[in-house]
Design a protein around this ligand. Sequence first.
Ligand SMILES: C[S@@+](CC[C@H](N)C(=O)[O-])C[C@H]1O[C@@H](n2cnc3c(N)ncnc32)[C@H](O)[C@@H]1O
Length: 438
Amino acid sequence: MGVRTLLPLVGGAQSGAKEKKKATATKPSEQKRTRRDRKDLENILFKLFERQPNWSLKHLMQETDQPEQFLKEIMNDLCVYNKRGPNQGTHELKPEYKNTSHLDGMRDPRAAGAVSVSELAELVLPWLPPADLAAAASASRAMRAAASAVTARRAADFSRGLEAVPVPFDNPIDSNPYAYFLYTPFSLIHPAASASAHAQPWGCAQARPPCPTWPRPDLGLPSAGCACAEADCGGAGCPCADAEAEMAAAGMGTLRECGDGCACGPSCANRRTQRGVTARLRVVRQLKKGWGLHAAEVLRRAQFVCEYAGEFLTTEETRRRQRLYDELASAGKLSPALLVIREHLPSGRSCMRVNIDATKVGNVARFINHSCDGGNLQPVLVRSSGSLLPRLCFFAARDIAEGEEITFSYGDARLKHKGLPCFCGSSCCPGVLPAEET
Ligand SMILES: C[S@@+](CC[C@H](N)C(=O)[O-])C[C@H]1O[C@@H](n2cnc3c(N)ncnc32)[C@H](O)[C@@H]1O
């Protein structure tokens, strides 16, 4: 558990005659002093009594800047008043409150085991969606400070420590610090995905966990796969190898990799799309397109950028969600990230359909905007041995400069009656985003 946060103390102890005079002359009126949160004030007083054991009421008022009556109430609970002796006229802590720094967060014997406001905030606030976080922030000054820290951490890494590198938000347009959704480094099967992802902390103070922490779901056929020695995996003799692998990254559109059914481990060289995001990226707010994914370093042609991760949906659930998303999107209330991939099978007569929804549960790819000229990413359908469902992965189609927006083409079909406007800016843009009834 983290160290308790103490609000800054006001000024230093003033004991000289000159300072006393000055303090009297500038003493603010009682009405101007606003009450602190009681627990915070108690913490401040404990700190002051650690600095020196005896304090007059007047000096404590100067230090804490609290209304006299409020301060007296708390001091009655925590202190004894010295009527005589060398410390006459001062207060000191009651014996049960002295030398208890080793019991940090448990000072109040009236509530043994109680934690401070900031400790409680640290436990609870990372679990809250933005509206609840804002409501909690209005409860007290300490809660406001804790909520701002959570917000800052959310804006600094929306992968919540689940990727090898942090992925920050950058909003030069308005005061919205981040977009709220649940993060998954790889696709999950609905409805298990939605159920488990409803509770996910985001913005905790503790160090990033080793990534990724979620168990990868078993998506398929455990028996299929290779048994190569690790060093040979992906080579000419490996049944999971793809002779066209390099070309795939450059534009062939499909790729094979080792997977759950193989004897090799996660460090196998033939699993280049299975280690999550390693390229430096950032999400930047734009005036017309909302958030967009940008390169935060130079990306080389054919470099793996990210997988399109979200919830694998049935076609029935996809249609249900699409109706809802269409309504919300046309009212400007949502940027849907629902993707349907159709892969034509070799017979040419049927096609395999994969539905991935990254709107509520997704990864960095949910921020990739559309470009009518095809953008700078090459989408590649990756099949891993032992997995039934292919994964959509993105490779750099050419060198991408630092700061450049990362885009791909959502498709050609514009079959919907009322399409959303497209602001990709390319010369071939017809002005409407691709869309079709699913
Ligand atoms: C996968 S999301 C991309 C991230 C999105 N911009 C956001 O703020 O979350 C897809 C949505 O982004 C918006 N979008 C993507 N490309 C666009 C473009 N070229 N012009 C206008 N809006 C675009 C549309 O609202 C679309 O439904």
